[in-house]
Write a new protein. Structure first.
Length: 88
């Protein structure tokens, strides 16, 4: 799994988003299944809420919001950005 930033990016789709699409999908699935942020932060994001609850919660919330954006309002930006070859 690619290394996560504590806070997901904002603005247009980025290479960070491209490398975390599977994480975003897992977050959306977990939310639909009613997984708590504590469980998701641990199992999906690799954060230990007992060690730093605030960082774990912020990571969960920002990445979940980014996942929602990617499949919603940001879909056009994502399709455009991810359609390009990053190594070209």
């Amino acid at each position: 799994m690619p290394i996560l930033e504590t806070i997901a990016p904002s603005g247009g789709a980025t290479d960070y988003d491209r490398s975390h699409l599977m994480t975003y999908a897992e977050l959306l699935d977990a939310e639909a299944r009613g997984v708590t942020w504590q469980q998701g932060a641990t199992t999906i994001l690799g954060f230990d809420p007992r060690a730093d609850a605030e960082a774990a919660r912020l990571c969960w919330e920002s990445h979940l919001a980014r996942a929602r954006w990617i499949v919603g309002e940001g879909l056009g930006s994502a399709v455009e950005a991810f359609g390009r070859n990053p190594h070209a």
